[in-house]
Design a protein around this ligand. Structure first.
Ligand SMILES: Nc1ncnc2c1ncn2[C@@H]1O[C@H](COP(=O)(O)OP(=O)(O)OP(=O)(O)O)[C@@H](O)[C@H]1O
Length: 604
């Protein structure tokens, strides 16, 4: 029922078109129903000698042109009438198809837009949980299933209803006994299709879920192709794909078998029904109980009726599939949105950050950050150091408002983070990730991404600060060089520098480098930080890094270990203390000295 409500809502703006389409369907059915009646009158009353059984206005018209005899001499008139009726039927079938298709396309478009918009506004934590393959399937195949249903089958249901109402009322007037015989299997066919519909719904859902699993395997494999190659996992991945593919094939096969059973059994039922009408009808016509024309009407109606009733099974099956798809779409639309544009403060951010006794866990069970407290004054640079898994990135996630903290308080310029508008917050925090994502656009477009109406000069300046300008200029098409499949393949360090340039353009008062200088050599790293300091003195900067030379230059250093802040101070202060920082410094220094010695001795 909730799915139907969703469908009704989605149909908004197209309901009139659908209504018009149904009226067309009704008119087309009416014309289809009328043509056997014209044949009946022609056989029984014009060629035969039965009295004319037509509405008064038609009888008057026939009289005015010269009566039955005139029509007998001019049989082309009823023939032309039949052609005209068929043309009218065709015209209305056309408008029905056209209007329902336009409406369905529009609904599908709106649905995709709504889904896309909703996905864009989901919290980061939701994206971490969902399966990308499944999500893509919901936005493509499920929407397509709904579109197909709306374009074709939705209006077909009205055809069955119109057909039943029109033909039944005429048949009952013509002969009650024959009507009962003609309708004998109809309830059976309806029950049969209903049972089938329920059975098939589950199978369709299983097949859909299996298809989603298949696309996930494919998607993961393509996204992680380097890992697959590097670890020689091709055979394993192939087996996994084969297994999922087989599972999908088996489920579809099961569906096909079910469908084949349905169609053959309903074929048998329908043919038995047609046979019964022919046998009984011929006997009754032979004994003069019904006229030849009436027999023609019954056999034609039977053919017309059984087809849509059997189609009803198909429509119901598709309706089952559509309901499943609607449910899957609804699951996404029902997810509460992250309130990006809603309430929340939008202060001018200067950049003083305070953590006060902050604790956080992803699952509300195992704590990832424990009682973290520190203050970063506006414009200062702090470096975060700590073993892998110590919670460095999680700290940044909290600052960006991607997750909510469990306890304590985080403030920026004294304002609680929770009370701030998330979109505003993220606009004011520029972040560069370790593995930045570059779009399939040109290098220039990738850099200018974060700002509307960005000037080329700004792009060049940002690229200069990020020490990537010369590299870009060395490409044949410079800033117009596309990235990706048909463009350049950049090194990890070059990608990081493009991402740094992209973040600089944002001119945010807070900058975060989440291990994003890792693939850049020490000298370029130092050059970038130097120009950053010159360009953006007042920017509060947080640098997560494993490189001790980068960290040492920060105003303050924070050492995290197992979610706890274990050290805080300047390089000089921390070097005087026994602890994590000095240990890491010593190890990295020792390594560098060894390397220098080996270089001097010419061993490297
Ligand atoms: N989305 C998530 N859901 C659940 N747990 C997570 C999630 N992200 C990280 N974790 C867990 O939180 C802990 C801290 O991870 P985090 O990424 O913050 O560490 P890190 O110090 O940045 O590590 P690294 O230096 O390796 O990047 C880890 O134990 C990790 O397994």
């Amino acid at each position: 029922m909730k799915n139907i409500r969703l469908l009704w809502r989605l149909m908004k703006g197209n309901r009139i078109l659908y209504f018009a389409s149904m009226i067309s369907m009704g008119l087309a059915t009416l014309f289809a129903i009328v043509s056997p009646l014209v044949i009946r009158v022609t056989i029984d009353s014009i060629i035969g000698n039965q009295p004319l059984e037509v509405p008064l206005w038609i009888a008057r018209w026939i009289d005015s042109i010269g009566g039955k005899e005139y029509l007998y001499d001019n049989l082309w008139i009823p023939a032309l009438l039949l052609v005209a009726i068929t043309v009218a039927n065709g015209v209305f079938l056309y408008t029905k198809g056209k209007w329902s298709a336009i409406a369905a396309e529009d609904i599908a478009k709106k649905m995709k837009e709504e889904l896309y918009d909703h996905i864009q506004h989901q919290p980061y934590s939701w994206h971490g949980k969902v399966d990308t393959g499944d999500l893509i399937q919901r936005c493509t195949s499920d929407v397509e299933t709904i579109r197909r249903f709306l374009a074709v089958q939705f209006v077909e249901i009205s055809r069955v209803i119109f057909m039943l109402v029109f033909s039944l009322s005429i048949m009952l007037v013509l002969d009650v006994k024959m009507t009962l015989i003609s309708m004998a299997v109809v309830p059976l066919l309806l029950i049969f299709s209903w049972v089938f519909y329920n059975k098939v719904r589950k199978s369709f859902q299983l097949a859909d879920e299996s298809e989603a699993r298949l696309s996930t395997v494919l998607q993961e494999n393509l996204a992680g192709v380097r890992i697959v190659r590097a670890f020689g996992r091709q055979a394993f991945e192939q087996d996994k794909f084969k297994e999922r593919n087989k599972e999908f094939r088996d489920l579809v096969y099961h569906l096909v078998v079910l469908l084949a059973w349905y169609w053959s059994l309903s074929d048998i039922l329908s043919l038995l029904q047609m046979g019964a009408v022919l046998v009984v009808g011929s006997y009754l016509a032979g004994t003069g109980v019904i006229t030849l024309g009436t027999l023609v009407v019954f056999t034609t109606y039977e053919g017309m009726l059984l087809w849509p009733i059997r189609q009803l099974g198909r429509i119901l099956a598709d309706m089952g599939k559509t309901m499943v798809s609607l449910g899957r779409v609804k699951e996404i639309l029902d997810q509460p949105r992250e309130d990006m544009n809603g309430q929340g403060l939008t202060p001018t951010i200067k950049g003083k950050i305070q953590f006060n006794n902050v604790s956080f866990s992803y699952d509300k069970e195992s704590p990832i950050l424990k009682n973290i407290s520190f203050t970063i004054e506006k414009g200062k640079t702090i470096a975060v150091i700590g073993p892998t898994g110590s919670g460095k990135s999680s700290l940044v996630h909290l600052l960006q408002g991607l997750y909510d903290y469990d306890g304590g308080s985080i403030t920026i310029d004294g304002i609680e983070l929770r009370d701030m508008n998330k979109q505003h917050l993220r606009k004011n925090i520029g972040i560069v990730l370790q593995e930045p994502f570059l779009y399939s656009k040109t290098l220039g477009e990738n850099i200018g991404l974060a700002k509307r109406r960005v000037k080329p000069a700004e792009i060049y300046e940002a690229a200069n600060v990020a020490s990537i300008h010369e590299v870009i200029e060395s490409f044949e098409h410079g800033y117009d060089t596309p990235v990706g499949e048909r463009g350049v393949t950049l090194s990890g360090g070059q990608k990081q520098r493009i991402a740094i340039a992209r973040t600089i353009i944002q001119k945010a008062p807070i900058l975060i480098f989440d291990d994003s200088l890792s693939a850049i050599d020490t000298e370029t790293d130092a050059a970038i930080r130097k120009s950053l300091r010159e360009k953006s003195e007042k920017v509060t900067t947080i640098i997560i890094s494993h490189r001790i030379t980068t960290i040492a230059e920060a105003d303050y250093i924070m050492a995290l270990d197992q979610g706890q802040l274990v050290q805080w101070g300047t390089h000089e202060e921390l070097m005087k203390q026994e602890g994590l920082y000095r240990r890491i410094w010593n190890i990295q220094n020792q390594l560098e000295q060894d390397l220098d010695r080996e270089l001097q001795e010419g061993r490297v």
